[in-house]
Design a protein around this ligand. Structure first.
Ligand SMILES: Nc1ncnc2c1ncn2[C@@H]1O[C@H](COP(=O)(O)OP(=O)(O)OP(=O)(O)O)[C@@H](O)[C@H]1O
Ligand SMILES: C[C@@](O)(CCOP(=O)(O)O)CC(=O)O
Length: 437
């Protein structure tokens, strides 16, 4: 195997399951996106001390060096500002692998344009033209993010690339271990055990996801010993990640509202209300979950319809986009998106958290009148960040044109993104040459 290898992992949109995904009782529907995080890893001549260097050349001060200190596999950062996600990924992997031989790995990170604002950037293409990335002047912490899960992608590609080279393995052989390690590192960097759907999507791609129990990771945080880490990472975790993808001809269209939301604040309001009113919240969660599962079921039925009779399926999509007859499976898709919104709106009113605020309600209602639109939701934690629509693929250009001259959509920027259902992948290192010059 060559000494240079490259990996990429996708960003995500949580289409159904916001808030519920924090509870291992419920399933969520997560779509992996064409916006990906990349890592190119190279083994360099070993110096006096074993070390790992990480460069993120698209951002100011994007340079971090970590040295391994002793037989305890302790790591010390010797260059660069604090980056908790990079630090946690490096530290955790070294503790897990316990490398006995000296090493000197150099990782270069590249992130696709969709993760961050595109203002004040310069585009740089790789030598063979296969990849293009935007370069910012500011350090990463000062560049506005879009909420597609850059930290989950980052931790996943660092973990994936390092474990692949230390174990001299292909990704498929060690994917579950990469997942477990990345979840632990991501939680450690965030100082809390979250639902983990963003890391799971970075590793496994588009998935129906049910979270692991927080105790799996808490156990290690309480006893952060090497043996404990190895035991936990090597165990089979009790969580669900079933591959999924949108049915053919149906596209996810994401619109950026650039309003910004503070997810932790929204989550703490919802959890406070849930504790204070367990009966009402239980009923609402159950109803919201039924609507989420109706969406999953409608998408599944549409896949089946396509497999059974493709021309009939395509005909139904065409009829829907010309506002004529609507097939029962497409009607279920429309109904489920509508129901999800009703319950999210209820959650908004009961908790006081701006999950589907009035402005988003007006916008989503307007979207529903667009040609070929099945409906849409506020993805993830909701708020003023973004909207996600499901639309007939062949109508996308018409939607983009029509909304350009319609004042109801004046604060929406349609994102140049689509579903790319694949999780972490090995890439061709030649595609990243001459980028960081
Ligand atoms: N290209 C990158 N290079 C280096 N560090 C990065 C890069 N992208 C993200 N990070 C790290 O991840 C942090 C952002 O993570 P955070 O979880 O706040 O946002 P996100 O994952 O993009 O969005 P969200 O969690 O809302 O989906 C940055 O401050 C930085 O530490
Ligand atoms: C509200 C929550 O369920 C989803 C947050 O999703 P996002 O980061 O807004 O895509 C919280 C979580 O699962 O981390």
């Amino acid at each position: 195997m060559s000494t240079v290898r490259a990996f990429s992992a996708p960003g995500k949109a949580l289409i159904a399951g916001g808030y519920l995904v924090l509870d291992p009782a419920y399933n969520a529907y997560v779509t992996a996106l064409s916006c990906r995080m990349h890592a190119v890893i190279e083994s360099r001549e070993v110096a006096a001390k074993s070390k790992i260097t990480i460069d993120s050349p698209q951002f100011g001060k994007g340079h971090w060096v970590y040295e391994m200190k002793d037989e305890e596999f302790r790591v010390e950062q010797v260059e660069g500002d604090l980056n908790p996600f990079v630090g946690a990924a490096v530290e955790t992997i070294l503790k897990y692998v316990e490398p006995r031989e000296s090493f000197n790995y150099h990782i270069t990170i590249y992130s696709d344009a969709g993760y961050h604002t595109q203002q004040d950037t310069r585009a740089v293409k790789s030598g063979n033209g296969a990849k293009q990335f935007l370069y910012h002047l500011e350090p990463i912490g000062q560049v506005a993010k879009t909420g597609l899960g850059s930290s989950a992608g980052l931790v996943s590609v660092i973990t994936g690339s390092l474990l692949s080279v230390f174990k001299k393995s292909s990704l498929d052989e060690i994917k579950d271990k990469i997942h477990n390690l990345a979840q632990i590192s991501h939680c450690y960097a965030q100082k809390k055990v979250g639902s983990g759907f963003d890391v799971a999507a970075a590793i496994y791609g588009s998935i129906i996801y049910r979270r692991f129990h927080a105790s799996v990771i808490d156990e290690y945080f309480q006893n952060p010993k090497q043996e404990k880490l190895q035991e936990i990472v090597n165990n089979q975790w009790d969580f669900k990640h079933v591959r999924c993808a949108l049915p053919p001809g149906i596209k996810l269209l994401m619109g950026d509202i650039s309003g910004g939301s503070e997810t932790p604040k929204l989550v703490s309001k919802v959890l406070k209300w849930k504790n204070e009113d367990p009966n009402t919240s239980k009923l609402l969660y159950e109803n919201l979950n039924s609507a989420n599962m109706s969406l999953v079921n409608a998408l599944d039925q549409l896949h089946k319809e396509y497999e059974e009779n493709e021309s009939n399926y395509r005909d139904n999509l065409n009829k829907f986009s010309t506002n004529s007859i609507i097939s029962s499976n497409l009607q279920s898709l429309v109904n489920s998106l509508h129901d999800i919104r009703q319950y999210l709106k209820k959650l908004t009113n009961l908790t006081g958290a701006d999950i589907e605020p009035e402005l988003q309600t007006i916008l989503l209602d307007a979207c529903f009148t667009l040609p070929g639109c099945f409906g849409g939701v506020v993805p993830g934690a909701g708020g003023f960040d973004a909207i996600s629509l499901l639309v007939v693929e062949s109508k996308v250009d018409q939607i983009l044109n029509q909304t350009m001259s319609d004042s109801r959509f004046s604060n929406v920027s349609w994102l140049n993104l689509h579903e790319e259902a694949e999780g972490i992948l090995e890439e061709n290192p030649a595609d990243y040459k001459d980028l960081s010059a």
